[in-house]
Design a protein around this ligand. Sequence first.
Ligand SMILES: [Zn+2]
Length: 279
Amino acid sequence: MFQLSYDNANNVLLTRVSGVFREEDIVLADKQLARFVARYGPAPVLMDFCGVKRVDAPLEAVVRRAHAPSILRGETCIFIVSAEPAYSLSRVFAAHQYFKHKIEPLLVESPREACSALGSTNLKFELVQEDGVMLRERTMLGVLTEIDKRGLKIFNRVRSDLRRRAMSTLDRHAPRQSRQAAIALSDLLNVGLKTMQVTDVDLAIRCPGCGRETRLAQCAITAARRTSYSCRTCATSLVELAPVADPASAETTGYSVGGFEVQTSADIKCHGVILPKSG
Ligand SMILES: [Zn+2]
């Protein structure tokens, strides 16, 4: 669980991860820090890992993050880690970041030490309220994790059989050509999925216009600068995908996944996991 707080008077950010530290926390922390810095400018960051009870993020993800460019624009970064399991992980991160970028976070053991490292004694942090975009990022990451979990339990032969049948239905209805050229919602979900891959056959939506449930693979699709799925029965627009011009933009009203903005007019189901309606 990741949270972002800010001390406005001293211009210091605080990220806190507690409970289980997952790969999603790395992604969320990155996105939220990047948005904050884009809006309000750079600030030193304290990263508090004292509340981490268990690490569920693969080591490769931590190493990958250490090698990626820093989003703090040279500002001080201090890790507060008092014990395992976060301690070893922080050391590995610091070593890799130094190896790659010749910078590394300062590792301290308590919030007090962190404050004195910043030359300040009375830091007062307030939780940065999550706006709609942040909440949707969090929801989307949760949905992808859930699909991944269930994916492991799905019997692959049954899945591919279902898929073959659905695809042959599709072949009679729509020319494959245009569909293949378009970015599909499943393509975007696959960017975030780790243990399995989905296709539009796996995604079901109930049309708010006529009430019929349909697979996204059976929808009419148009692709120009954006991909639009619409109901084959009543032509209601069901899903729209468009590239996000500025990933840090606060103007988005749908989900953002794989650099695309996703707008849906109803819940989408994927193997029993619900991707809620956007907006
Ligand atoms: Zn319809």
